[in-house]
Design a protein around this ligand. Structure first.
Ligand SMILES: [Zn+2]
Length: 285
């Protein structure tokens, strides 16, 4: 079931691929249990279950802005992923979910990936007659230039499907390598948020007096707003990732700006506030 949120004139629709529980140890290098205990009142039940497991969503956000249909991140897709068997050949009904939300692949005008890790590029391509071809034939695919060049140079990390989910898009002539503050429409603009990967971007939405931001993987779970120093297992540059989280919290906390997570559970959006000396994230339903 697709969830829809309006930000000014921009319609935001969440199309989910998977929702799975993970342990804090699976997500973070050195998580402190006391932080979860101290924030149980707002983490449960939406962002943590009674056993302490953290629901992690993999979804795309589809934006309608000024006549353009824009997909932000494309999940894992149906593909073999040698290093992660449990995420291989998922056989998910993502494209059916997309259709149920009212969008056929041909309708998508722009695909943008916040970064090029495997769980953000998957549906960029599908396998047809043994070849990986773009799933969205009428789209321009936007990749940050720094991000593309980093992985294209053979860097090691979680961009393990670069060869079959990113490079074929370039070869098909559908990709644009853009700057990290690129304006997609007058209402939608990339924002540089490096650290998790070198060319990682967030996505800002500003329309008719309302504002929102899509985090990408600068945070994986709202608990990181409380503990921005925690290193996520796939953070490329931990110090830079932490500094980016602190700066993001300063900028968007207590602002009234709606924050969409790229892996948050539930509606995946909410407000970050600082009251009585502590940070809380309240889901927006
Ligand atoms: Zn991710």
């Amino acid at each position: 079931m697709a969830l829809t949120t309006q930000v000014g004139d921009v319609k935001v629709t969440l199309v989910r691929e998977t929702l799975q529980g993970v342990s804090a140890d699976g997500l973070y290098v050195d998580p402190e249990p006391a932080v979860f205990d101290a924030n149980r009142d707002w983490l449960c039940p939406e962002f943590m279950d009674e056993s302490g497991e953290l629901p992690l969503s993999i979804h795309a956000l589809v934006l309608e802005s000024q006549g353009q249909i824009i997909m932000v991140d494309t999940c894992i897709g149906n593909r073999p992923i040698d290093m992660i068997p449990q995420m291989s050949n998922l056989g998910s009904g993502f494209l059916d979910e997309l259709a149920a939300a009212g969008y056929e692949p041909e309708d998508i005008d722009v695909v943008l990936c916040t970064h090029l890790h495997f769980d953000h590029v998957g549906w960029n391509t599908v396998l047809v007659d043994g070849q990986w071809v773009p799933t969205f034939p009428n789209a321009r695919y936007l990749f940050n230039r720094t991000e593309y060049e980093y992985w294209d140079s053979g860097a090691e990390g979680a961009a393990i499907t670069f060869g079959d989910a990113v490079r074929p898009v370039l070869e098909a002539g559908l990709a644009d390598l853009v700057d990290s503050d690129h304006a997609v429409t007058d209402e939608i603009r990339l924002e540089p948020t490096p650290g998790h990967t070198p060319g990682h971007v967030s996505v800002g939405i500003s329309s008719s007096g309302q504002q929102a931001v899509i985090t990408g993987d600068l945070v994986h779970h709202p608990v990181q707003f409380v503990a921005p120093e925690w290193v996520m297992t796939a953070d490329d540059d931990p110090d830079r990732a932490s500094a980016t989280r602190v700066a993001f919290r300063e900028r968007y906390g207590d602002s009234g700006i709606l924050i969409f997570g790229t892996h948050f559970a539930g509606p995946s959006c909410g407000h970050l506030s600082h009251t009585d000396g502590r940070w809380t994230f309240t889901a927006h339903h």
